[in-house]
Design a protein around this ligand. Sequence first.
Ligand code: NDP
Length: 256
Amino acid sequence: MISPFDLTGRTAIVTGANTGIGQAIAIALAQAGADIAAVGRSPASETVEQIRALGRRAEFVSADLSTIEPVQRIVDETVDKFGDLHILVNNAGIIRRADATDFTEADWDAVIDTNLKSVFFLCQAAGRHMIARHAREGGGGKIINIASMLTFQGGIRVPSYAASKSGIGGVTKLLANEWATKGLNVNAIAPGYIATNNTAALQADESRNAAILARIPAARWGEPNDLGGAAVFLASRAADYVQGHILAVDGGWLAR
Ligand code: NDP
């Protein structure tokens, strides 16, 4: 009997797949059987090699998501190379830190453009393909957006990041509403504190690090691999009736 989590024969786009959470999710999807279009700015990636070593297909798709210019090409290149597209993981993201009183328009635009505008328009490009194919021959589609604790909370000194990640929650629910009858599931994962390049400065700051650990019920930083199972679940048939959900993977942070 085939596992409801089996992704054999499915093709996934994962953005920001070179590093951190995106790399871990790309590898977890491949371990579940998916082929992967790994999107990033720099092709110097071990991700593709690691996935090929698992016996799955993987291709690097070069794209800078600070504008929406590449979104249609990402989908077209993926469909050209793999023959179809079933799963999209919108993971690429950046953060800019400054007091709200000093925050610049450039830092506002950079984060909103990458973390929210490109996410929506990549959902649109991928969604159009998945909806059309589903209408012709079935097969559905799964979209997973990477949100944050700041989808639920305000945070501090990260105004554009907080706006982008709460915006991700809204877009995820809106697309679930619009596309649930068209064969698609649109959901999000909200990671807690995960040890990646993004959070290296926080981990290195002894007092901030101690305060963070004291606040996390699990009393440890998450690892990128902690996100893999949630992504496989939401990408799989096991999540066929899950819509517009934001799944926290946070060591209990929100429960506190
Ligand atoms: P990393 O910095 O390791 O990864 C960010 C990824 O985003 C990189 O692979 C990078 O690609 C990609 N990226 C950034 N800007 C662009 C761009 N303009 N075009 C294309 N790709 C881009 O950080 P994380 O793994 O921690 O972050 C991944 C996601 O998880 C982000 O959305 C982040 O907001 C979110 N998140 C992280 C948390 C954490 O604690 N770490 C907590 C909550 C959410 P490249 O390598 O090619 O430059």
